[in-house]
Design a protein around this ligand. Structure first.
Ligand code: F0G
Length: 354
């Protein structure tokens, strides 16, 4: 029985067995070889860490189990966060499990409907603000500083501790044979957590060689790449529509210590990568997650990634959260209940007249 990431990796976390753990049995997500895309890109060994299969559909659950467990142990009655969607869904779910109140501030009209529906149904108090994620984060920091509610954004150190488990799992799954890790960057917590996780495993003698970290921001929200705050970030990948990331310095350190890169990809490249993942590998991710694949494709075309290298791309969130990018109306034409007519359509598409 899998009991969540705290139980599995308790040696790395300062939470004792007998203490109350708030878990939704998150983690243990599959590492899926992307043979078709890997071949397309000249024979790289590409693996997809599909975080969309966490309990609330994103990697945020790894950090939230830690943050909410600690909040409960410290006697907190309520948690609060700013969010582009996934953190709010995760916070709301763990708060529901723990019996805490949950307040989530979201950028008005800019979060995917699936994520909003989750936060509402899990029972959070959803507070849309006339501003972007960075504005919302500033407000929740101010409120949390007064000590009545616990902040569960990734500036809460327990969040990033829990998210290190993603790196532990990847190492376990590949027996330490990983050359590159590709990951989308928004508020820059996850890239920082993965790097710290790899360093933990290295120190513990479970990982011989540290991987090179490759982070990707959206072109319209690329503060780290351009080394400037984006006052009005804009991208189709709403999850990473962030102009002033909280873990900016940590992400730069991860990049530099690993001799890696943080680069930008365009919305068109992101949507193409999303389509490719679905149509060639059978994996549906939300746009932000596809930034990691768009980045791998770009670097591979530039000759940066060589044949035979092991590359893990973190696919941070489930595509079902944000189906709006698909425009189903374009694909749906209704046919009559007529076998002949439908048979003709299918056989024509198969290139056969039988
Ligand atoms: N991918 C997805 C699907 C996300 O939801 C996020 C962040 C990221 C990537 C970037 O991770 O912030 O650690 O660099 N979403 C946050 C939220 C900001 O509020 O849900 P990061």
């Amino acid at each position: 029985m899998w009991n969540g990431i705290i139980a599995k990796y308790k040696d790395f976390f300062d939470i004792k067995d007998e203490e109350k753990i708030i878990t939704l049995n998150e983690g243990n997500t599959p590492l899926i070889p992307a043979k078709n895309i890997g071949e397309m890109l000249g024979g790289i060994n590409l693996y997809l860490k599909y975080e969309g299969l966490n309990t609330t559909g994103s990697f945020k659950d790894r950090g939230m189990t830690m943050a909410v467990t600690k909040a409960v142990q410290e006697g907190s009655r309520a948690i609060i966060c700013a969010s582009t969607g996934n953190t709010s869904a995760s916070a709301a779910a763990y708060a529901a499990k723990a019996g805490l109140k949950c307040y989530v501030l979201i950028p008005n009209n800019k979060i995917a409907l699936g994520k909003l529906a989750q936060a509402i149904l899990y029972g959070a108090e959803v507070i849309p603000v006339e501003g972007n994620f960075d504005d919302a984060l500033r407000i929740v920091r101010e409120i949390a500083a007064e000590g009545k509610v616990t902040l569960v954004n990734s500036i809460n150190p327990y969040r990033l501790l829990g998210q290190r488990s993603g790196a532990y799992e990847v190492c376990d799954q590949l027996e330490g044979k990983i050359d590159y890790l590709s990951i989308p960057v928004g508020n820059a917590g996850n890239i920082s957590a993965y790097w710290a996780g790899f360093k933990d495993y290295h120190k513990a003698g479970k990982l011989e060689k540290l991987p090179v970290m490759l982070g990707f921001q959206a072109e319209g929200a690329a503060p780290i790449v351009e080394d400037r705050i984006f006052e009005e970030p804009e991208t189709v990948a709403t999850a990473i529509r962030i102009g002033n990331p909280a873990s900016w310095d940590k992400a730069v350190a991860a990049r530099d210590e690993s001799k890696g890169l943080i680069q930008k990809v365009t919305d068109i490249e992101i949507l193409e990568a999303q389509k490719l993942l679905a149509s060639r590998e059978g994996i549906f991710v939300e746009p932000a997650s596809a930034a990691s694949i768009a980045g791998v494709m770009k670097l591979s075309k530039e000759g940066y990634l060589q044949k035979g290298k092991n590359i893990v791309a973190v696919l941070t969130g489930n595509g079902l959260k944000d189906p709006s990018v698909v425009s189903p109306e374009k694909h749906i034409k209704t046919y009559g209940v007529k076998t002949e007519e439908i048979k003709t359509l299918i056989y024509r598409s198969l290139g056969s007249d039988q």
